[in-house]
Design a protein around this ligand. Sequence first.
Ligand code: SF4
Ligand code: FES
Length: 249
Amino acid sequence: MKPARVSGGRRLRFEIFRYNPEDPRSTPHMQDFELDDAPYMSLFLALNMIREQQDPSLQFDFACRSAICGSCGMMVNGRPALGCRTLTSDLPDVIRLHPLPVFKLIGDLSVDTGTWFREMVEKSEAWIHTDKVFDPEAVEERMDDDLAQAIYEGERCIECGCCVASCGAANVNESFAGPAGLNRIARFMMDPRDQRSDADWFEVVATAEGVFGCIGMMACHDVCPKELPLLEVYAYLRRKSLAAAFNRS
Ligand code: SF4
Ligand code: FES
């Protein structure tokens, strides 16, 4: 892991997007705040200090402070990142913060990622489809180690929305499943307990809303804070789609 660069003695200027869509008097604008830098200070700490000491109306989201809950995604100098794991020592003296695009704005830096993710899950039916009746007495079914590991990789997504915000296709096509959506679809395609056929999946994936909506910029792969193997996910989905198309024809 890269060691944190200890910094202090700097005066930081925060330029923060402000807008409350619930208030008809509010208009989108940037507001400046200043703060002394401190060693190991994260954006989480900096924003809390600004809210406590300078402006209690500032809106932003945090819950776990440890890159687990996925609620603190924001644009940091134009790049999506988690506020809780971004250190001010890794940033220049001027720090520009915007809310993540694509998602509905709640206010200032706070966005509603939950509705986007729920709609994506419902649309792609991203849950196990099986006719088997659950038997609590049954012995647990075995799974190949490599396959279990691949499914686990997909499950590591914390639904922060950073990949979606960085995605050129998701920014212009609201029906595109987006990187996180494709990752979730791939997770269930791989799962042998899901009884959907390749033909069923073809309808979900091999469309402009699925993997063929991706325009290949791959920013998602660069910004994912959990370093999910999104490039491998797309390659898997394209291979499966082509195989299903071949079988159809
Ligand atoms: Fe966040 Fe990565 Fe999941 Fe995208 S794939 S929502 S960037 S954890
Ligand atoms: Fe939970 Fe940042 S506060 S991921």
